[in-house]
Design a protein around this ligand. Structure first.
Ligand SMILES: C[S@@+](CC[C@H](N)C(=O)[O-])C[C@H]1O[C@@H](n2cnc3c(N)ncnc32)[C@H](O)[C@@H]1O
Length: 228
């Protein structure tokens, strides 16, 4: 995860997204640790815990990975309990996960399978589990090293109108439910306008150029703030 993506997470958490964190694809728990420190409510991570050949790890190794994830989360979010679900995300339905957080999830990171079919599945799962007004944080949607994520993202967005993107940048694409799009878009513009940080200088320049050209970038029909 790029450090600036963690900064975006802080800005998202400065608004009320509702309780509950879900991450599909946890690896060692770096992003999950940041999310657990920032957002209230239950924290759930799902990972297949495969070895490199898509075979499941031995159960002793799975326990070691769980320990590593718990230790990493405890460094940033001491005392926060996390639920680790060992599963291929594409085998999960919303009913498998919804009992773990009574009101859905306000923040969901999608970063598991990087081929089109799993991305379509995982965005659908995340959409079902998203609390109203919550945010989905998709990794690698515009990463040329794994174009299957973008392929899956575009396929999902063209077939399902429930999600709208409101920002892109730092290797993340940010979505919310279609009713909450204008609210999150204006919040993201406000982060850029009011932020003193040098990290927003290029973004400010890009937005000024867009305004001068009387143009705004969109993704599948939704205006986005481009963090560049
Ligand atoms: C890029 S890493 C996640 C990194 C993590 N989100 C972070 O930022 O710290 C991707 C993870 O997804 C897992 N994964 C890949 N395909 C999966 C699938 N179909 N179901 C569950 N987990 C999967 C891999 O085991 C790996 O741990």
């Amino acid at each position: 995860m790029l450090p600036d993506a963690a900064d975006l997470m802080k800005r998202i958490a400065s608004h009320d997204v509702g309780p509950g964190v879900l991450e599909l694809g946890v690896f060692k728990g770096k992003l999950l640790a940041v999310a657990a420190a920032l957002f209230a409510g239950p924290v759930v991570g799902v990972d297949a815990m495969w070895n490199g050949l898509n075979n499941p790890l031995e159960s002793a190794d799975i326990e070691d990975v769980k320990k590593l994830i718990r230790n990493n989360v405890a460094k940033l979010a001491p005392g926060v309990n996390i639920e680790i679900v060992v599963s291929d995300t594409t085998l999960l339905t919303p009913n498998d996960i919804s009992p773990l957080s009574a009101n859905g999830f306000g923040f969901i990171s999608v970063d598991a399978g990087h081929d089109p079919d799993p991305v379509v599945h995982d965005l659908g799962l995340a959409t079902e589990l998203l609390a109203p007004g919550g945010v989905i944080f998709l990794d690698d949607g515009f990463n040329s090293a794994c174009p299957g994520v973008g392929e899956g993202m575009f396929r999902f967005l063209s077939e399902d109108r429930r999600l709208k993107a409101f920002a892109t940048g730092y290797n993340k694409t940010l979505f919310t439910d279609s009713e909450s799009h204008s609210l999150w878009l204006s919040r993201a513009y406000e982060w850029v306008r009011s932020g003193e940080e040098p990290m927003f200088e290029r973004t400010r320049a890009q937005i000024s150029a867009n305004i001068a050209a009387r143009w705004a970038p969109t993704l599948c029909g939704s205006e986005i703030v481009p963090f560049v």
